[in-house]
Design a protein around this ligand. Sequence first.
Ligand SMILES: Cc1cc2nc3c(=O)[nH]c(=O)nc-3n(C[C@H](O)[C@H](O)[C@H](O)COP(=O)(O)O)c2cc1C
Length: 418
Amino acid sequence: MRDLWQDWADGSVGAGVSDALRDLAGKHFVLGMTGGIAAYKAAELTRRLQDHGATVQVVMTEAATHFMTPVTMQALSQRPVFVSQWDERVPNNMAHIDLSRAASAILVVPASADFMAKLVHGRADDLLSTLCLARECPLLIAPAMNRQMWSNPATQRNVAQLRSDGVILLGPTAGDQACGEVGAGRMLEAHEILEDTIGHFQPKILQDKRVLITAGGTFEPIDPVRGITNRSSGKMGYAVARAAHEAGARVTLVSGPCALATPRGVTRLDVETAAQMFARVMDYVSHAEIFISVAAVSDWRVVNPRTEKIKKAGPDDLPPPLQFEANIDILAAVAASAEAPYCVGFAAETSNLDEYAQAKRLRKGIPLIVGNLAQHAMGDDSSELVIYDEQGATRIARADKLTLARQLVAQIAARLSA
Ligand SMILES: Cc1cc2nc3c(=O)[nH]c(=O)nc-3n(C[C@H](O)[C@H](O)[C@H](O)COP(=O)(O)O)c2cc1C
């Protein structure tokens, strides 16, 4: 009979993946859980890691089993959960070594104050701490604790030591705590830990580069309640910001009005009009090495927008006349500035993409422009891109916008390093 343990060890049992983005395909995680209320978030993380193509082996401290049962975690991970070093299910009794050998990383979610102290001292008195000590893979931990426990000098010393030992800390953040207090020490949400984990595995091809990105549409007021905007959703710009951050860049995102969540680790500055976007870009551009203009900036604005709502008096009233004036071309202005960063533009056209995009690139005086068809790009979750430079056109096949953004970042990084 085939050894069931071997099936688990080589991943032939229980991947449980969906058709969602598979950016963790082929990755295997040891998910360590320690004793804290935030342990419930590890259940959702397990599902989300699997959604992205990973397999998950749960290992719990004895304290963690008081907060979540191994049965729940086994059902979610579709693998047996390990708690004890003395577990006889591992044929050679070497769970403390074997479990982490195939792992892409050990994630400790949540990481208790006690467990962090153990890691600092290289303690190995239970299965999870022994696994961490014997690991060959990266160790990422998501601390979760009461604000006083977090700010205690002992914990802060441990945090500094863990960082200098190469352990990657995800969070914590500040906010409401299970104990009823408010402050720092609250664990990140599962989707945030997932985003950081995915980012950890992306190649650091823009390490420490400062990247300024614009995203979304602009809104030009007519009066306090009306305005002119466009169909840009911000999805492509936000995806580019996330991809640049994942690549190791320090990213500032100047965003028109949009409801998307800010990518992890990205500094976001909200603006409304093209003039505000221009001012924000100019504030930051001298510090940037790369400028990526994804925003759909209004070419025109209404002259003298009213400060009072325009009233409609009767059904036969003529519509109010609107007069327009040109907005500043932000991308052309940045490209023309002294010590301009490496500039990348976007062109959304409804036809003649090759011709219009190349013409726009030359007109703006930029090395790279990314073309897409507006009817396929705006608002959709996927698109296809064509990158134009002086060499010609490079096509990037239809994909979700994050996948496209990662490929675009790779194209930019390759050109910069050439
Ligand atoms: C209800 C309850 C909640 C707790 N929450 C936390 C917590 O959020 N963070 C933490 O570091 N410790 C917390 N503790 C204390 C840990 O469970 C305790 O330090 C335990 O020894 C940790 O063991 P472990 O690190 O082996 O998992 C809590 C204890 C109790 C009883």
